[in-house]
Design a protein around this ligand. Structure first.
Ligand SMILES: Nc1ncnc2c1ncn2[C@@H]1O[C@H](COP(=O)(O)OP(=O)(O)OP(=O)(O)O)[C@@H](O)[C@H]1O
Ligand SMILES: [Mg+2]
Length: 234
């Protein structure tokens, strides 16, 4: 806890120095986006510890407590994810069963990238689409800016793609974001219970194109097993 508080203080100091440098521009942005469950480097502290994309349950998660036996597949996966933090030169698609550790790895990547003050949006897919729909009920919110944020952020992480209803709205919006990032060569991390091919079959119209863009320059990782059950956690 002491160490955690020290790290937190350190981060607060860094954040304050950025805030001073940027004047009140940041406050305005926080205000504008406080309804969103997103992480962005300028306000990453808020995101990690409040009601943004990375949740309370994820607070203690990190590469440090991702267990993998040396030489095992998970050890290899861990190395790939750790290397990814600095390179981010491609997409990453992590799939596997419930409880396999996909979110654990995705959150760990987000936290490590945020430590170097690079913006990350970590968002659970169904929340993203829910939030997107709510844009239309609130005239103060602006879809164009919302899309710009999702396309422009240096790293976008979409957790649990496919664990939600798929319809035209979702396919259209997903295409907008994924193709937008593809064209700008910005990396995307996706986690899913489905393999890319299974996911493609879930979509009705744009599956082939969406998966094509995700898989373009992409490392695909399959995580085996259910960690919770293997550990016998009730
Ligand atoms: N290799 C691991 N080492 C330590 N903890 C792990 C590992 N894999 C998973 N866990 C823990 O097990 C729980 C379930 O993992 P996680 O939420 O990452 O699963 P998931 O693959 O995202 O599952 P779902 O498909 O349900 O979203 C979490 O508490 C996570 O921290
Ligand atoms: Mg998960």
């Amino acid at each position: 806890m002491k160490q955690f508080n020290e790290t937190l203080n350190d981060l607060v100091n860094k954040l304050n120095s950025i805030k001073e440098a940027k004047g009140n521009e940041m406050d305005k942005d926080v205000e504008r986006w406080k309804w969103g469950r997103f992480v962005s480097s300028n306000y990453f502290l808020l995101s990690l510890f409040k009601d943004f994309g990375i949740k309370e349950r994820h607070r203690l998660i990190g590469f440090d407590n991702f267990k993998a036996k040396q030489g095992s597949d998970k050890d290899n996966v861990l190395k790939i994810c750790k290397n990814y933090v600095n390179k981010r030169d491609r997409n990453l698609f992590i799939y596997g069963d419930v409880g396999a550790g996909k979110t654990h790895l995705a959150v760990s990547i987000a936290k490590e990238v945020l430590k170097s003050f690079v913006s990350v949006i970590f968002v659970e897919a169904s929340e993203l689409f829910l939030k997107w729909r709510s844009l239309y009920d609130n005239p103060a919110l602006d879809e164009e800016r919302f899309v710009k944020l999702l396309i422009g952020v240096p790293l976008l992480i979409i957790d649990d793609l496919g664990k939600h209803k798929i319809n035209d709205f979702i396919e259209e919006k997903l295409w907008l974001v994924i193709n937008g990032r593809y064209e700008r060569m910005r990396p995307l991390v996706v986690t899913s219970n489905y393999s890319p091919m299974e996911l493609e079959r879930l979509f009705v119209n744009n599956g082939e194109a969406i998966i094509d863009r995700i898989l373009s320059g992409c490392e695909v990782i399959k995580l085996e097993g259910n960690y919770r059950r293997l550990k016998g956690v009730k």
